[in-house]
Design a protein around this ligand. Structure first.
Ligand SMILES: NC(=O)C1=CN([C@@H]2O[C@H](COP(=O)(O)OP(=O)(O)OC[C@H]3O[C@@H](n4cnc5c(N)ncnc54)[C@H](O)[C@@H]3O)[C@@H](O)[C@H]2O)C=CC1
Ligand SMILES: O=C(O)CCC(=O)C(=O)O
Length: 532
């Protein structure tokens, strides 16, 4: 699972040789303006980041193809260019409309979307969001990010994303259920959902509840004969085939990414920050699924949450906002943080307050040039997809702010979705078959130690320690998910650090993460071919 194609690519070259090549790759003309555009389209932004990374790593890709000794130079450069074109384009998109009869009796037309950016690995994977800002461009951008995110973290999926253009706050639960079921039927009819095809998951304004409706609709219709139908969607509630740890996974992954970098003296030196979490402060933009769990894990490790920005109010408390309390308050207050007594309400300028860590976990394009100029943090953890504009990204680097990019930092969700997918295909929970065996064998081990001592005339009761008690039964599903997530996130961070070092990218971890993904996908296309 965790092969390192990047190193395969770079190993073909004498050390650092690829840095000295003449860089001839040109960013496509329609993207050049994106570098300075104060409001580029989201899809163009992702394309721009992709091509900026290609510009850096293309010479190494050409060199890598020298392994095909029978290729002429022209054939080699054509193949590289071909693979890069395929990798940078969106495979297919679906756009549809359907009627909804509202509770009032009136009819409304609902707009649904799903884009499959890459199908080099199947199924393709990515969440579904409900938001009145959803359109085809947004969904394509998010699908592209899924392609690079999965590859960067070695998750063997293609990239996809979907959405419904509604503000869910304006609909009843029954209406939302009808919308979700009809959306699923449209995907099913058009072959855009299925365990081997395309597997959605939660994203903005969707959760286990919507995933339950999706799996139920699929199983009762197109998937009724499919043994693996439950794997048509992830992020399901536990009783509906979900996995422990998926709800927290994205926030947990954001935390783990920050943890990996904040304990890395070399990076901390670059931004002039003391390594470790001790004494650190954080501000959270978007206290939803991703932001709230990231905040809770930071708090558990000693970080003080001094500010929270939400869609309807902003909060500050220099003594620390209790993340769990705010999370519970919001859940019981129709999703609003307004009225929370553990902090005072302030203006949106709280985002510019001095802090060590800023988590952006609301939506795309929140870090504009103006915002970047005024930020006063040291590390940004991109929980959201696409929060930073390219022009703002440059400013952040100039200000020596370490940006942990979306495709790396928020990959925890899709990673645990992958575990859920495997659980569904296996038709058994992780740990279930071995748990009794491990408990029995560890009990037998303690008994035999006690017996041996007795035979040596040492009278002692061998009692397991508290820690051993918790581990005696071997790994539970929760243990496996959390350790698997940690392993995967840490590996991805190390691979990105390695790319940053080998391509001399300094604080530009976004380019390093894209390169990590590009090199991985490149090898897949080279090995399996890209055209029939
Ligand atoms: N849920 C998941 O597993 C994953 C989500 N993401 C990304 O993380 C971001 C957040 O997603 P979720 O937490 O799932 O959504 P969510 O709907 O649970 O939370 C989003 C939060 O942001 C708040 N918000 C909206 N507009 C805001 C604004 N202008 N300023 C401040 N707060 C605002 C909302 O009120 C809400 O509390 C999105 O970009 C999503 O694509 C990325 C990877 C996985
Ligand atoms: O869990 C998944 O499959 C996808 C999560 C997602 O939509 C994302 O990472 O942006």
């Amino acid at each position: 699972m965790f092969s390192l194609p990047c190193r395969n690519i770079r190993r073909k070259l004498p050390p650092k040789q690829y840095l000295t090549f003449v860089r001839c790759y040109e960013i496509p003309k329609h993207l050049v303006k994106v570098a300075t555009d104060p409001d580029p389209s989201f899809y163009r932004m992702v394309e721009y980041f992709y091509h900026s990374a290609v510009k850096v790593c293309e010479p190494a890709l050409v060199e890598y193809l020298k392994k095909h000794t029978h290729f002429s130079d022209k054939k080699r450069t054509n193949r590289v260019a071909g693979i890069l074109k395929v990798m940078g384009s969106c495979n297919s998109s679906l756009q549809f409309e359907f009627p909804l009869q509202r509770k009032s009796g009136e009819y409304e037309i609902i707009h649904g979307y799903r884009s499959q950016h890459s199908v080099h690995r199947l199924p393709c994977k990515g969440g579904i969001r409900f938001s009145d800002e959803v359109d085809l461009g947004e969904v394509k951008a998010l699908a592209a990010l899924m392609t690079y995110k999965c590859a960067c973290s070695n998750i063997p999926f293609g990239g996809a994303k979907g959405g419904v253009a509604i503000d869910p706050k304006k609909y009843t639960v029954a209406e939302l259920q009808r919308i979700t079921r009809r959306y699923t039927l449209e995907l099913a009819k058009k072959n855009y959902i299925g365990a081997g095809i395309d597997v959605p998951a939660p994203d903005v304004n969707t959760s286990g509840r919507e995933m339950s409706w999706i799996v139920d609709t699929y199983i009762k219709t197109l998937g009724y004969k499919d043994l693996n139908a439950a794997a048509c969607v992830t992020g399901k509630p536990i009783h509906g085939g979900g996995i422990r740890g998926r709800v927290e996974a994205t926030g947990r992954g954001v935390f783990m990414t920050i943890s990996t970098f904040i304990h890395e003296p070399k990076y901390m030196q670059m931004i002039n920050l003391e390594p470790g979490f001790k004494g650190k402060t954080a501000i959270i933009q978007g206290f939803g699924n991703v932001g709230s769990y990231a905040a809770m894990y930071l708090e558990q490790h000693g970080v003080k949450i001094i500010g929270v920005l939400e869609y309807d109010c902003n909060l500050a408390n220099s003594d620390g906002i209790k993340a769990k309390e705010l999370h519970n308050y919001k859940m019981n207050n129709k999703g609003s943080a307004k009225g929370f007594t553990g902090a005072r309400e302030v203006g949106p300028e709280i985002i510019f307050e001095k802090c060590d860590i800023l988590i952006v976990a609301a939506k795309e394009k929140t870090i504009t040039v103006d915002v970047a100029k005024k930020l006063n943090c040291k590390i940004i953890g991109e929980g959201a997809n696409g929060p930073t504009l390219p022009a703002a990204d440059v400013i952040l680097r100039e200000k020596k702010i370490l940006v942990l990019p979306d495709l790396l930092a928020n990959a925890g969700g899709v990673t645990v979705s992958y575990f859920e997918f495997l659980k569904n295909l296996n038709h058994v929970s992780f740990g279930k078959l071995s748990i009794k065996f491990w408990r029995d064998s560890n009990t037998a081990l303690l008994d035999s130690v006690e017996k041996s001592l007795k035979e040596a005339n040492v009278e002692a009761k061998v009692v397991p320690t508290e820690l051993f008690q918790t581990m005696m039964s071997g790994a539970s599903e929760k243990h496996i998910v959390n350790s698997g997530l940690e392993y995967s996130m840490t590996n991805a961070c190390l691979n990105v650090m390695r790319a940053a070092k080998e391509y001399n990218l300094g604080l530009d971890l976004r380019t390093a993460a894209y390169i990590t993904a590009i090199e991985k996908i490149f090898v897949t296309y080279d090995e399996q071919g890209l055209a029939i």
